[in-house]
Design a protein. Structure first.
Length: 186
């Protein structure tokens, strides 16, 4: 399979609301330490994402190696946003398997301290643009915790619509909370 990401993931600069510029680019192995600190910051923050235990450098190394291979094979599209040399956002589209090969799961996060600047919107538009150029992707889907109002607002602005509500799906801070599935069709 030819990776459209290789062509489309050419580095791109985008201007933010505060006038600064982020660089949107593909990840590299040299990003390992930064990416580990990045993901662990969400664990420390108890952000509404699936990972809740800090990752070691070794675990993240395995994950990043696998991701880079999946990017090369075309199964995953992944972009990082870099601001002043720091990774401040990561987004991905991961294709399903078997009869769900046409469905790509989208994920997004932005580092605390860099939010409400338009970074998630900019990097998401880029990955969705890539997803739409990838002819094998027919549906882009995401899962979001129902109380994550800010994220849901952003997803709606991007064109996602809620297709299902899964009751008591997530254990978060000692409570069972609901999750939405939101989709975007090509
Ligand atoms: C959700 C998240 C990705 C948004 O990133 P961001 O870069 O701040 O988003 P943007 O600046 O592009 O915001 C776009 C719009 O989304 C909405 N929005 C984003 N965050 C919001 C918040 N905390 N409260 C209310 N609205 C919010 C707003 O409408 C915003 O536009 P505005 O700033 O002009 O009002 C970021 O807060 C994050 O990473 N949170 C922790 C991890 C997470 O929850 N990821 C999603 C898991 S499903």
């Amino acid at each position: 399979m030819i990776c459209v990401c290789i062509k489309l993931c050419k580095p791109k600069r985008v201007k933010l609301k505060d006038g600064r510029t982020v660089l949107l680019r593909r990840p590299e192995m040299k990003d390992l330490r930064q990416m580990t600190d990045y993901i662990n910051s969400f664990v420390d923050e108890q952000a509404m994402i699936q990972i809740y235990k800090r990752l070691t450098l070794a675990t993240e190394r395995k994950w990043l190696r696998k991701m880079l291979a999946e990017i090369r094979s075309g199964r995953v599209h992944l972009i990082v946003a870099e601001l002043d040399g720091k990774i401040v956002s990561i987004t991905n589209l991961t294709k399903g398997e078997g009869r769900c090969e046409h469905v790509a799961e989208y994920g997004i996060s932005v580092l605390k301290g860099y939010r409400r600047l338009g970074i998630a919107t900019a990097i998401s538009k880029r990955i969705i643009e890539i997803g739409k150029k990838d002819r094998n992707i027919k549906v882009i889907t995401l899962q979001v915790y129902v109380p994550n109002k800010g994220a849901i607002r952003m997803y709606r602005k991007l064109g996602f619509r809620t297709v299902a509500r899964l009751p008591r799906r997530i254990s978060y801070k000692g409570k069972l909370i609901d999750e939405f599935i939101m989709d975007m069709k090509r």
